[in-house]
Design a protein around this ligand. Structure first.
Ligand code: GLY
Ligand code: MN
Ligand code: MN
Length: 497
């Protein structure tokens, strides 16, 4: 149920941006009056809660228990202008979506401390557009322009949390400026400024402490998100399965990509995401030839040539904001050259070693170390690095060619839980329910004079998504081939003859 419904008098506040342009600015009194009438009641009543509601309730309870006595402010984020009056596609702030199951803009979840140490949790939302003051059709964010929103009552039923009009939020926060307030910063400039205002009287020392308050809230949320519940694992598997289909589409489309550019690859993958109702969790990296040696090549404007390797790093993001993160490096022709295969097989070996080191109770660093050792051994054997291998690893010399860490947590953010406490994550042990990527690579830059000329411009990465289980691990992206022979067989089934 909703504890909302502002008095009508307040509704005229110009909270939604007026439209900047258009030929229909001036409105006759007759039209204005007419537009207020003749609309059906479309309120949906007694909606069943979303599947996720029991999980979001548990997550909110865990967060409440972590911060007794403090007010917690978790915004969903605001639209970002792309140019003039058009915006980038909106993607809700991760912590907000994690705690609510909602993914819409302009909202804010607020935990208000109670005397008993618990919190009253209220979701402050943009309400339905007002039909009496013209906002619904004349305002830039009016529902006739941007689409129907859930009413506060509907949202409350769906999300299982009391709701209020977000326009009340400033007054509410100001009404009790003395309570310690923590905000998840960086998503809503107005809310950040509002919290700063509450702290305006603080001296420098108190202000420095306040920054720490906000940071700690982010850290605790990241800690909570480290271990995925069953529902989250299922969402991640949906994201991975859709990604596997996207890679299959790309394999079939390689001949067309040869006629155009890497963008054909990017677009083909994106099409799969969109036709299934999803999005991508990060900018697709479609890197052919030497572009594969640029780790985050997202320009995707290079050619795709017959003899090249294509490195595709892409992940579908579900509507619930869980993303896959998968990389395959495939020969455009369907067959690796001997040299490409040699590089690929070493990366594959390193990935095998890394995946084998993923198990509950093992340090998070173990899979990285296992993969790096395998790569260093290979590079020493090839004569690219001078042994012994232990010296190479101690000095990190292999990193000239391996460049990045071997993996990271995966979840709602592609680089998930990045700010969690080191003892729980980077220097902690793996726990069942954690999901991570294992993604070793070798990158020989086109201008690297330390490697034989024939290796220059070859970049290979193999990336899979791995769930830590009670028994060991499950490779969630096992639907794609990994060994060079399996990649060739998979391509052979898909490339037109
Ligand atoms: N897609 C970015 C990464 O693999 O970390
Ligand atoms: Mn990754
Ligand atoms: Mn990736």
């Amino acid at each position: 149920m909703s504890e909302q419904q502002r008095p009508e008098a307040e509704v005229d506040a110009p909270v939604f941006r007026p439209r900047k342009n258009g030929q229909a600015q001036s409105v006759s009194d007759e039209l204005a009056a007419w537009m207020t009438t003749g609309w059906a009641d479309t309120e949906l009543r007694d909606l069943a809660p979303i599947e996720q509601a029991e999980h979001t309730a548990r997550r909110r309870a865990a967060l409440s228990a972590a911060f007794p006595g403090d007010r917690l402010v978790i915004p969903s984020g605001q639209l970002l202008t792309r140019s003039n009056d058009t915006e980038y596609p909106f993607r809700a702030a991760t912590d907000y979506a994690y705690l609510t199951g909602d993914t819409t803009d302009g909202n804010c979840l607020v935990f208000t401390p109670r005397a008993d140490g618990g919190h009253d949790v209220v979701l402050h939302l943009k309400p339905r557009s007002n039909r009496d003051n013209g906002e619904f059709w004349l305002g830039g964010y009016g529902e006739l322009w941007t689409g129907r929103r859930n009413s506060l009552g509907e949202a409350s039923d769906l999300l299982g949390v009391p709701t209020a009009d977000v326009r009340r939020l400033p007054a509410e926060l100001r009404a009790d400026a003395s309570v310690t307030t923590r905000v998840v910063r960086g998503h809503d400039a107005e809310i950040d400024a509002l919290v700063d205002e509450l702290r305006a009287d603080a001296d420098d020392e108190a202000r420095a402490k306040s920054a720490r308050l906000d940071e700690d809230l982010g850290v605790v949320l990241a800690d909570h998100r480290l271990v995925k519940d069953e529902w989250e694992v299922a969402q991640l598997q949906l994201a991975v399965d859709a990604t596997v289909r996207g890679f299959g589409d790309v394999a079939k489309a390689l001949p067309q990509a040869k006629d155009t550019s890497e963008r054909y690859v990017e677009g083909t993958f994106f099409l799969r995401a969109r036709v299934e109702g999803n999005d991508v969790g990060y900018g697709t990296i479609a890197a052919s030839g030497a572009n594969a040696t640029t780790l985050h090549w997202t320009r995707n404007d290079g050619p795709v040539r017959e003899g090249d390797l294509l490195l595709l790093d892409a992940g579908v993001e579900t509507t619930t904001l869980y993303t896959a993160d998968v990389t395959r490096t495939m020969p455009v022709s369907g067959t690796f050259t001997d040299l490409q295969r040699k590089v690929y097989d070493l990366v594959y070996e390193a990935q095998e070693a890394g995946i084998a080191a993923v198990a509950p109770g093992r340090p998070f660093t173990a899979f990285h170390e296992a993969s790096q050792r395998a790569l260093a051994e290979g590079l020493v054997e090839w004569g690219l690095l001078e042994g012994p291998v232990d010296r190479v690893l101690e000095l990190g010399l292999q990193r000239r060619y391996t460049l990045h860490g071997t993996g990271h947590m995966l979840g709602m953010d592609v680089h998930d839980c990045a700010v969690s406490r080191q003892e729980n994550h980077l220097y902690g042990d793996l726990r069942p329910g954690m999901v991570l990527t294992v993604e070793p690579g070798l990158y020989f830059q086109p201008d690297d004079l330390t490697v034989p000329e024939e290796l220059r411009g070859i970049g290979v990465r193999i990336e899979d998504d791995v769930l830590v289980t009670e028994e060991g691990r499950t490779v969630m992206s096992a639907g794609l081939p990994r060994s060079s022979a399996d990649v060739e067989a998979w391509l052979a089934e898909r490339l037109p003859r």
